[in-house]
Design a protein around this ligand. Structure first.
Ligand code: ADP
Ligand code: MG
Length: 281
């Protein structure tokens, strides 16, 4: 009995549960979840993405999996299906799975305990990463979404309203004992920063005092990829935003070699972008 318990704990410790959150809506949480998830899966890990929105899911669209959502977590709770029936495996990368909490018109009061049980059942299936896409707002949906997580990524744009909400969320995460928090600054426009019309990534990072995971440029390709249901990181010829997401994914899994690999053809360009965003060290 005791041995079993230890084994379960060990398994759970090996996998990471990360919530992608923001405070302000529309700053890029779902885009981040889809691209980081796909990147990490391509690096060989088993990844489960959870769309935790009740009633307004859209992660399935970004991944092009919308026609395959037959069952949701709510169906499990209602005894309509098993967990494995709710996990939709991506055809491009079979080690990536998506689980939706609910369908668009499905309403249900999911509890924190429900979320925690769901995530630990997914962990028991051997997923290395469980990434939870947070719903908008900081009410009950937010509290449920963060409750199974040990780590968080706060997404913000370099706008003062988004930064203030990000700061508020950082406080809420801490109050809920999530101390491993990283920052992703999205929709950065170097031209505006240069004209002093936008805060630099470094300024945003310093204001919030949260370690930086990545900076993603404003890029129309993000919208194109959303409409196609193909995360940017799948593009054969990576755009700048695709490179930036891949880089963030590598940082997340602790592979920092991306910056120093001289054989990487994008290094020169990426380093320039980094310097542009962050300023030379
Ligand atoms: P959230 O999940 O936080 O509400 P989304 O990921 O759905 O945000 O993004 C909101 C909108 O912003 C979408 O239309 C998306 O295509 C767009 N978007 C997100 N990131 C970028 C970016 N880096 N460049 C351009 N558009 C972006
Ligand atoms: Mg979203």
């Amino acid at each position: 009995m005791e041995k079993n318990l230890t084994q379960t704990n060990k398994l759970e410790n090996e996998s990471r549960v990360i919530v992608v959150t923001s405070g302000k809506g529309g700053v890029g949480k779902t885009t981040t979840t889809a691209n980081l998830g796909m990147s990490i899966a391509r690096l060989g890990y088993r990844v489960a993405l959870i769309d935790s929105d009740i009633g307004l899911r859209n992660l399935d669209l970004l991944l092009g999996l919308e026609n395959r959502v037959l069952y949701t977590a709510i169906d499990i709770l209602e005894g309509q299906c098993r967990l494995d029936q709710t996990l939709i495996r991506d055809k491009r990368w079979k080690n990536l799975a998506l689980l939706a909490i609910s369908k668009n018109r499905q309403k249900y009061n999911i509890t924190r305990k429900n979320m925690q049980n769901l995530v630990s059942s997914i962990q028991e299936l051997g997923f290395h990463f469980v990434i939870i896409d947070c719903p908008a707002g900081i009410d009950v949906g937010f509290i449920n979404a963060i409750s199974p997580a040990q780590e968080a990524i706060i997404v913000t744009t370099p706008e003062i309203t988004a930064i203030r909400d990000a700061d508020r969320v950082a406080g809420l995460l801490e109050a809920n004992a999530i101390y491993n928090v990283k920052l992703l600054v999205n929709r950065v426009r170097p031209d505006m920063i240069q004209r002093n019309d936008m805060m630099s990534v470094k300024d945003v990072q310093e204001m919030l005092g949260i370690p930086l995971l990545g900076a993603i440029p404003e890029d129309t390709n993000v919208i194109i990829s959303t409409n196609r249901g193909e995360p940017l990181v799948l593009n054969k010829k990576l755009t700048l935003s695709g490179i930036a997401f891949e880089n963030a994914a590598r940082r997340l899994i602790g592979k920092q070699d991306y910056f120093i690999d001289l054989n990487t053809p994008y290094k020169g360009m990426f380093q320039k972008v980094q310097e542009f965003f962050l300023g030379k060290e």
